[in-house]
Design a protein around this ligand. Structure first.
Ligand SMILES: *Cc1c(COP(=O)(O)O)cnc(C)c1O
Length: 360
């Protein structure tokens, strides 16, 4: 039996070319410095993923998922691509779907920021909102079946669609950009986890390249990654949705690779918000809540290194821009509504940057 179809192969070739051409037109993202007192002998960096064409680290993931889906024969002309997302992935996938000319539907919790919904629609995608964040998977699978479309399923495929050995993935890029720094091999890289794909890629790359760097994943309040990692239990569940958009999941996602992670740290949501506001005071840039989660954990690790008299570098990620969340993490009314008091955490950060002491 011969399943080759000339028209489809011409379409496929053109689609792959368009996705590759998007990468070829793009520049690498910056590695920014977070100012710490020089005499500490510790350097902290943020890999600024907010400058991708679709504004977040999910641009990398969406590119990989589209190439994977196209080359597997899963994405077909005129058939919709459907995704379960807390927003950022859907923004990037809407962009790539539009690029290759297929419809796109995002299945998202109703609490997803309005700005992200607007961006998905801006790129020609459709938002399908659900009340219970735990149902996004089954609703996506059902929509794919009903429409003959393809459920992209980032939470399963993120880790395997990404080229973890190199190909200018986020880890390779970080090491390349650190080459001329005083501590080119970081002591720690701190990530956060939504799909778990980023931490899997970085952790695998570090081991593959035989670096001594450790990987820490910072987990927000309403997420089960921390408990699942600590207890070694892939079956853990949690009921409420994460307030830190992009990270924290109600289940151990298949794409989360516990063995590639050296350490996990639970970060209170108020600490994430305090950190992201401190980031603006330090470098003049707003970022999303997940950047605050990673930054809080990074500052704690810097404090530990300082207390132990160790020198070296720490890298974390600036995952997406803060202008998507002006009505959330930058809104005092939202904080009040959530009953979140960031005061003590803000004071901890300010005190640490001034004295090097971390409150116990
Ligand atoms: C997805 C996401 C993350 C986490 O990345 P994963 O590779 O999915 O674990 C962090 N921050 C934001 C804003 C995200 O959208």
């Amino acid at each position: 039996m011969d399943r080759s179809d000339q028209a489809y192969r011409i379409w496929l070739k053109e689609a792959v070319r368009k996705v590759q051409a998007d990468a070829n037109r793009s520049a690498d993202t910056h590695l920014l410095r977070f100012p710490l007192p020089e005499h500490w002998g510790i350097d902290l960096y943020l890999k600024d993923e907010s400058t991708h064409p679709t504004g977040s680290l999910k641009h990398r993931l969406a590119r990989s998922l589209f190439l994977y889906g196209l080359c597997n024969g899963w994405i077909r002309p005129d058939r919709p691509v459907i995704e379960a997302s807390s927003g950022s992935t859907a923004v990037s996938e809407a962009y790539f779907a539009h690029l290759i000319g297929v419809p796109f539907i995002a299945v998202m919790p109703r609490t997803t920021s309005r700005e992200k919904q607007r961006l998905i629609e801006f790129h020609g995608g459709r938002c399908h909102l659900v009340d219970d964040p735990r149902t996004v998977y089954e609703v996506s699978a059902r929509l794919a079946e009903e429409t003959g479309g393809h459920y992209m399923d980032q939470f399963t495929y993120a880790e395997r669609a990404t080229d973890w050995r190199g190909n200018n993935n986020i880890a390779e890029s970080i090491y390349h950009q650190l080459r001329m720094e005083r501590y080119p091999e970081p002591a720690w890289i701190v990530a956060t986890a939504g799909t778990g794909g980023t931490s899997a890629t970085i952790g695998r790359y570090v081991r593959y390249m035989q670096y001594g760097t450790r990987i820490c994943v910072a987990d927000p309040e309403n997420s089960c990654f921390f408990d699942g990692w600590v207890g070694g239990d892939p079956g853990v569940r949690c009921d409420s949705g994460s307030r830190i958009e992009g990270i924290g999941r109600p289940r151990m996602e298949p794409s989360f690779v516990p063995g590639a992670i050296d350490r996990m740290m639970k970060v209170p949501d108020a600490a994430s918000v305090a950190a992201v506001r401190a980031l603006e005071r330090a470098i003049g840039r707003k970022a999303g809540g997940s950047t605050g989660t990673g930054l809080w954990a990074s500052l704690r690790i810097v404090a530990e290194m300082l207390a132990q008299g160790r020198t070296g570098s720490v890298v974390t990620l600036l995952c997406d821009p803060g202008d998507r969340y002006l009505d959330k993490y930058y809104s005092d009314a939202w904080l009040a509504e959530q009953g979140m008091d960031i005061g003590p955490y803000a004071a901890a950060i300010d005190g640490f940057l001034e004295t090097g002491g971390w409150p116990s």
